[in-house]
Design a protein around this ligand. Structure first.
Ligand SMILES: [Zn+2]
Length: 178
């Protein structure tokens, strides 16, 4: 019952934030726009006077932040080590994960081709043959094969962006130390 009501409501107004926005009157839209820009100003003006954007000498000025970090004993070597370890972790996490998965025998599927020519693809468990010499993969359909297909984890857009950002930080630290 509640589902049909929800469907009707979203149907008549377009649904979500966009539907809500479209259902406002012209005056309401103008008022809300003014309100939002005032809010943005209210947040940005104090940050500006605290020096976050670098043009005013305040406690949040990037140079001041650097001074304070130096005061805490953080050196360029520290920043270099930090950004380098970030880079190494962000580049290699899926290699490590894939290696562990491969050693544990997880993320494997059956390679037996069906009558239609497509692979079975069911999950397999690894066990040993009777003489304990060779691994054998038994899938949930009961196929026994000497090999299995491994599905490695690949990096997505986010992972790629994170290692690129780490690399940029490394380069910044490297350049700023000269
Ligand atoms: Zn199978």
């Amino acid at each position: 019952m509640s589902e049909t009501i929800e469907l009707n409501m979203s149907g008549s107004r377009g649904g979500g934030l966009r539907g809500w926005w479209l259902s406002r009157s012209f005056i309401q839209k103008r008022m809300l726009r003014v309100l939002v820009s005032m809010l943005v100003w209210a947040i940005c003006v104090p940050l500006y006077y605290l020096g976050l954007f670098g043009s005013v000498d305040g406690p949040l000025n990037p140079a001041r932040i650097g001074e304070r970090l130096a005061g805490l004993g953080a050196t360029r070597t520290h920043s270099m080590i930090l950004s380098l370890s970030f880079l190494i972790i962000s580049v290699s996490w899926n290699w490590v994960y894939n290696l562990v998965s491969l050693l544990r025998g997880s993320r494997l599927t059956c390679t037996r081709t069906n009558a239609g020519g497509s692979p079975c693809g069911a999950g397999v468990t690894r066990s040993k043959t009777k003489n304990q010499k060779q691994a054998v993969y038994i899938c949930t359909q009961g196929h026994r094969r000497a090999d299995a297909h491994f599905h490695p984890i690949r990096k997505g857009t986010l992972s790629h962006s994170i290692w690129v950002i780490s690399l940029v930080f490394c380069i910044i630290v490297l350049i700023s130390s000269y």
